[in-house]
Ligand binder design. Structure first.
Ligand code: PMP
Length: 402
């Protein structure tokens, strides 16, 4: 939880720290006239991540787990060390008992859990909770498993996650009413990719009780806010490395292995994305040194400034999380994502106009599930390289559109 006092003080306190980090993103430094505001889709890479990739490919490149000469051994070791880095990054309190599996991103991670683990866990008459207004990557795999099991005569009921209409937050009170002893698996999201809110996973655990497995889609939290499995009582965490400053085609699943069978993704998995895994280790090191808590404070402060500015402009409607400076709440729930619409200009057109002023934003339905927003919107998603000046310039362009 971030108080609004902390939000307003972050900009001044972190300014120097932020400048030194921004300077480490070569693509950002090379384009001072452009503002990259789409980090929720994929993040830009700091120089040390690019260096790690270059060093690996020019000194070590080999396959992992398949050779006995030094480059191959070293690659195997780098892959294993990166598993430990993931555990450390997630503050795993029992690293000897968890599993880390590398994937191409959150989508593949969630689908692997759904395909290789969930069918053995569920029995006829069980229920699973599916967050129907979250990202489709966190909906489709669970309903596919339900259909697969139905073909084998195992009937699993899908309970649709209830939401609070105005904020896009889960309705934890309604969830507590819906959850019963057969509710065995609950899919949730840490930070919502459209509404921008922290989905309050602690309250999900309170609502569903101690025995249900909770699977966390951390695509918008790993690399953006602290994610601690010592603190969150969840069983799976899936995330995308490419949204956490590593190369595209990287990601991981962390599994606690405490409730249900061990997570051992089946079958022959082929050559791993060795260079991507190397980039993930470098990205996690960079993020740890920068401090996920400070990155969170910075991006939350910028998002609050944008939300606040937008709420003063009659032509715009902010979508989702309302608990912000503008709403005068004691607690800041919005993370670094702000989604909005102009009441008269279509979102696609607004995206074109914004790019003509140098702003790169996302304008569509953001791969949201069927229970989500009916119409398109503009999403601004922030990272540590973004500045107060970019937000203020964006607000003045938006204001001029009336
Ligand atoms: N979940 C959420 C909340 C997301 O925002 C995204 C990416 N937009 C995904 C899952 C899917 O991530 P990926 O495309 O890296 O598999």
């Amino acid at each position: 939880m971030t108080t609004n006092h902390e939000v307003t003080s972050a900009v001044g306190e972190l300014a120097e720290w932020q400048r030194s980090l921004r300077a480490q993103f070569p693509i950002v430094a090379a384009h001072p006239d452009l503002a990259y505001l789409d980090s929720a889709a994929t993040a830009q890479k700091p120089q040390p991540v690019l260096d790690a990739v270059q060093t690996y490919l020019t000194t070590t490149n080999a396959n992992a787990g398949r050779g006995t000469y030094p480059w191959a051994n070293r690659t195997t070791a780098l892959v294993e060390q990166t598993r430990d880095r993931v555990r450390e990054f997630l503050a795993d309190p029992a690293p000897g008992r968890s599993a880390v599996h590398f994937t191409s991103g959150t989508t593949e991670g969630l689908r692997t859990i759904a395909r290789d683990w969930l069918p053995d866990f569920l029995a006829d008459g069980d229920e699973i909770v599916v967050p129907v207004a979250d990202h489709r990557a966190n909906i489709d795999p669970w309903t596919e498993t339900q259909r697969l099991l139905a073909r084998q005569g195992v009937r699993v009921r899908v309970v649709e996650m209830p939401y609070q209409q105005a904020s896009g937050d889960y309705d934890h009170t309604a969830l507590a009413r819906l959850a019963g002893p057969r509710t065995r698996f609950v899919a949730v999201t840490h930070v919502h990719h459209v509404y921008g809110g922290d989905m309050n996973v602690h309250r999900v655990r309170e609502a569903v009780g101690p025995d249900a497995v909770i699977c966390l889609d951390a695509a918008q939290s790993v690399g953006h806010v602290p994610v601690s499995v010592a603190d969150l009582d969840v069983d799976f965490v899936a995330f995308s490395g490419h949204k956490a400053l590593a190369l595209p085609g990287t990601g991981a699943v962390w599994a606690r292995q405490a409730r249900g069978p061990a997570f051992t993704p089946g079958g022959w998995s082929g050559t791993p994305n060795t260079v991507g895994i190397v980039s993930l280790a470098a990205a996690l090191d960079w993020l740890r040194a920068a401090g996920a808590d400070r990155i969170e404070r910075w991006t939350v402060a910028l998002a609050a400034r944008l939300t606040d500015g937008l709420s003063r402009l009659d032509a715009y409607e902010v979508v989702g999380c309302r608990t912000s400076l503008a709403a005068d709440s004691p607690v800041q729930r919005r993370r670094g994502i702000v989604t909005f619409r102009h009441r008269g200009i279509g979102s696609g057109d607004l995206g074109f106009i914004l790019f003509s002023h140098g702003f790169m934003v996302r304008c569509d339905q953001h791969c949201q599930g069927g229970a989500g927003e009916r119409s398109e919107s503009v999403r601004v998603s922030l990272h540590v390289h973004n500045t107060v000046e970019e937000i203020d310039r964006l607000l003045s362009v938006l204001a001029a559109l009336g």
